[in-house]
Design a protein. Structure first.
Length: 344
């Protein structure tokens, strides 16, 4: 028995609202974290409405089973990936991130099961807060994972006046394999636009590096990629992604003038790093698109988890709002409701 048109419209109304909000936000500025949230809500509402309208019970059951088993499959994948990346790259805080995320998922599930049982009220309340914060953590993680993929796969058909190459470590005085991938991607983009524009090698000299990353990139560009010296600029002071962009912007502003229409730039970095770098560019008022070079599959999960943590540190507002709302509910439950009940 089919649903009437009004019921169908009601089911798809949330999706229509989320689609409108997402499109307005995206068209206004695609380099915003909030786009990831609106896009994920749009997908969830569309899938939910589609499942109900299909009136296929087996599809709904399959979806519920898939959602239920997903955390366990993700945990197994993360543990296997953690073992793989540690074997290849060695033990370090970065390579332990997949395992740490697997532990966080297991802890979240354990708290959920524990919270269902009886226990001291204060403990149940704290578990409730942990679960709420955890729900936002995992939801925003999935949202950013999906949206960052969408963002970096958008077509890039513009001609760029500058192509910024983000530093990524050296092997002696030569770019590391990760950095060579970024440089090669930048050269590919430069050649695709008929060698228009200037390559900006951006990266300072670390404490354990014999030369600056910018100098190593410049040498590689000239000797290996046959890029003319006149098509290369160097920014050799930066030590972070934000500094890469800020210092490069000063160089480009001095050369072409400041303002959103003075020039257009591309920032080339590893694919997992594209969204965060692009978001930083937006914060600096830099008119730039992110372009990603490929990363080895085994290393991608650890790298993206690190990116998510960095992005989350810049967007702590939802965690604070959740904690405040939780505190208000606790106060209402422990103070206001008993007070009103006693008054009557």
């Amino acid at each position: 028995m089919g649903l009437n048109p009004w019921a169908v419209a009601a089911l798809f109304a949330p999706a229509a609202v989320f689609a409108a909000v997402f499109l307005v936000s995206f068209l206004n500025e695609p380099r915003q974290f909030r786009n990831a949230i609106w896009f994920m809500l749009l997908q969830i509402s569309l899938i939910g409405a589609g499942l109900i309208i299909s009136e296929q019970e087996w599809l709904i059951v399959l979806a519920i089973v898939a959602v239920g088993f997903a955390p366990f499959l993700v945990v197994l994948f993360l543990i296997a990936n953690s073992v793989s990346v540690i074997r290849r790259e060695g033990l370090s805080p970065a390579t332990m991130l997949p395992g740490a995320l697997a532990f966080a998922i297991v802890l979240f599930l354990a708290l959920f099961i524990w919270g269902l049982g009886a226990g001291p009220r204060w403990l149940t309340n704290l578990i409730g807060l942990a679960l709420l914060e955890g729900l936002w953590f995992f939801f925003s993680f999935a949202a950013l994972l999906v949206y960052s993929w969408v963002y970096r796969t958008l077509p890039r058909k513009r001609r760029y006046d500058y192509i910024i190459i983000h530093g990524a470590g050296l092997d002696g005085d030569r770019p590391s394999p990760l950095l060579r991938g970024r440089v090669d991607k930048a050269v590919e983009l430069w050649q695709r636009q008929q060698r228009h524009g200037v390559l900006v090698a951006s990266g300072g000299q670390g404490g354990d590096e014999v030369v600056s990353e910018a100098a190593a990139m410049r040498k590689y560009l000239i000797e290996e990629c046959h890029v003319p010296e006149g098509s290369i600029l160097m920014e050799d002071r930066s030590t972070t992604t934000m500094e890469n962009l800020a210092f490069s912007k000063k160089i480009m502003d001095a050369r072409s003038g400041s303002g959103p229409r003075a020039y257009r730039a591309a920032l080339v970095t590893s694919d997992y790093h594209v969204f965060r770098a692009s978001e930083y560019a937006h914060k600096l008022g830099l008119n730039a698109d992110g372009v990603g070079s490929s990363t080895k599959g085994y290393y991608w999960p650890a790298a993206f988890i690190r990116e998510f943590i960095a992005v989350s540190r810049s967007h702590l507002g939802p965690y604070i709002v959740i904690a405040i709302l939780w505190l208000l509910l606790i106060l209402a439950d422990h103070v206001l409701i008993p007070w009103f009940a006693g008054g009557f």
